[in-house]
Design a protein around this ligand. Structure first.
Ligand SMILES: [Zn+2]
Length: 136
């Protein structure tokens, strides 16, 4: 396993496991399997964004079709879409500027969410902008 692959694996494991040291009971993430698989793809920037499809030569460019102001990366879908911005704001969760999806597991847990459920909460929240992008 390459160092990069090992780092990716550690990031995914950290995202899927409880992200807080005080979550001592059941550390397994309770998100549905399809959401956990989505998270696995998300932290690797492998969700079917325009940027990913452009890298795979499926699309001619990676420009976001919603705002046309940036490439549609996984991070743009999660944190840059107007819906995503208002979604995170409504949850009173601040995403640092330039957050990448690989950094999701490194973010400090929101203090108003029970720590034992934070990783599940985070994955289910990430699922929402993706659903909105694809099914609205
Ligand atoms: Zn956009």
């Amino acid at each position: 396993m390459t160092p990069e692959a090992r780092q990716e694996r550690l990031q995914v494991e950290a995202l899927l496991a409880a992200s807080t040291p005080s979550a001592t009971s059941d550390k397994r993430n309770k998100a549905p399997p399809r959401v956990q698989f989505f998270a696995w793809l998300l932290v690797r920037e492998r969700i079917q964004s325009c940027a990913h499809l452009h890298r795979r030569k499926v699309l001619d460019n990676a420009t976001c079709e919603v705002c046309s102001e940036a490439d549609e990366t996984a991070a743009h879908i999660m944190f840059g879409y107007p819906f995503a911005v208002s979604f995170w704001s409504a949850l009173n969760i601040t995403m640092p500027e330039e957050t990448t999806t690989a950094q999701l597991c490194e973010l400090a847990p929101a203090s108003h969410v029970p720590l034992a459920y934070y990783s599940t909460f985070l994955l289910l929240c990430c699922w929402q902008p993706w659903k909105r992008r694809n099914w609205s």
